[in-house]
Write a protein that binds this ligand. Sequence first.
Ligand SMILES: Nc1nc2c(c(=O)[nH]1)N[C@H]1C(S)=C(S)[C@@H](COP(=O)(O)OP(=O)(O)OC[C@H]3O[C@@H](n4cnc5c(N)ncnc54)[C@H](O)[C@@H]3O)O[C@H]1N2
Ligand code: MOO
Length: 407
Amino acid sequence: MGTEFLKIKESEEAKEIISELYEKYYTPQSEEIDISDAYNRVIFEDIYSQIDFPPFDKALKDGFAIKSEDSFGASEEMPKTLEVIDFLEAGSITEKEVENGKAIEISTGAAMPKGADAVVMVEYCEKGENEVNILKSATPGLEVAKKGSDTEKGKLILKKGDVLTPGRIGVLLSQGFETVKVYKKPSVGVISSGNELINPGEELTYGKIYDVNGNMIKSDLTSAGAESKFLGIMKDDYDEVKTTVQNGLKECDVLICSGGTSAGLGDMIKHVIDELGEVHVHGISIQPGKPTIVGIIDDKFIIGLPGNPVSAIMIFDVFVKPIVAKLAGRSYEFEKKVIKGQLTKRIHSPVGRMQYQLVKIDGENIEPIFKDSGAIFSLSTADGYVKVPKSVELIDAGEEVEAYLFN
Ligand SMILES: Nc1nc2c(c(=O)[nH]1)N[C@H]1C(S)=C(S)[C@@H](COP(=O)(O)OP(=O)(O)OC[C@H]3O[C@@H](n4cnc5c(N)ncnc54)[C@H](O)[C@@H]3O)O[C@H]1N2
Ligand code: MOO
């Protein structure tokens, strides 16, 4: 088996290759789901209002529906007295019409009766047996929501790509939608590889370590909008890697492996992809994450993340998450925010590799905290990273840098 990297790619070149492969092999899919399951899903096509909302002129307060002109000049000292001819609850209707000198008692949410153009709140009325004293003058339209005043039939109410928040689900419910067409969540499988890896709950014997990458990457995939599955740990055994990869690809749109990507004896992923498909990237000129692999098998992405957890999550965040998010309809949510500040400590970076230096941010202070690619605790305290260009060996404390924030 060969042990050499393919030609190492620059970071931007690798991104372009990934993006071209995405365009060639992937198209976002949709599915119709029940509105009760719609929370946090992404709308697949523009949605137009099917009805006016509110669908009728609606009373906004409990009180009396009147002709506003009948109340002009009314006050506590000089109330206007009107005959009460009916009572309207929300959901009920009446054939009676409000004429001059008449009123209909009305509940919040009821349809306005014919003839009335205002509601006087019950607080400004004195109710008698069959009549009511109006104690305050009402303007036309007072305490009435006109039909279609919130949204008119045929108006664009939600756009393709909108994430379904409770408020947006509320809009769909007000329009009577039972189902909604959303982006189908891409199914993405994660596999960890390495003879040294053990599952949580297993005894930690000498030389073994707990698997970090599997469920760490799975959780980040969930945040990108994927249906993510951890498919377990595989040993550094060619046949086991091959079978696990083949089975994973049957049930997933994208398969992500970690570990076994570099040039060592136990590093099988590249050879398996060579046999089953094609390796498009092996090696990116960045730190951490140099041994990254991008391949295609059966028209699907197979990604080999470096085993070191910091490298794995950084490579996932920079190169893989954006395409998964795009397939899930949420790419724009993962555009990186950039802030400027001063470095608190000097950064050393390897010449010839772009470095993604983990940083902690405190106001204008940007503190480099990258130790090594296996130091998971430093990752847990990082707010983002600073990109150190490959030609730069050192950035001094006090210099201004740009930090890219994790989402
Ligand atoms: N001769 C060379 N050796 C290495 C190179 C190189 O270019 N030439 N690159 C180094 C770099 S950089 C990295 S990063 C690592 C990545 O290699 P692999 O992807 O083959 O990863 P492993 O060797 O399997 O593991 C590396 C390290 O990470 C730990 N690990 C692996 N998987 C997990 C996991 N799921 N959870 C937690 N920790 C994990 C593993 O135990 C090792 O300590 O290669 C260098 N070598
Ligand atoms: O890419 Mo490795 O991640 O430098 O440690």
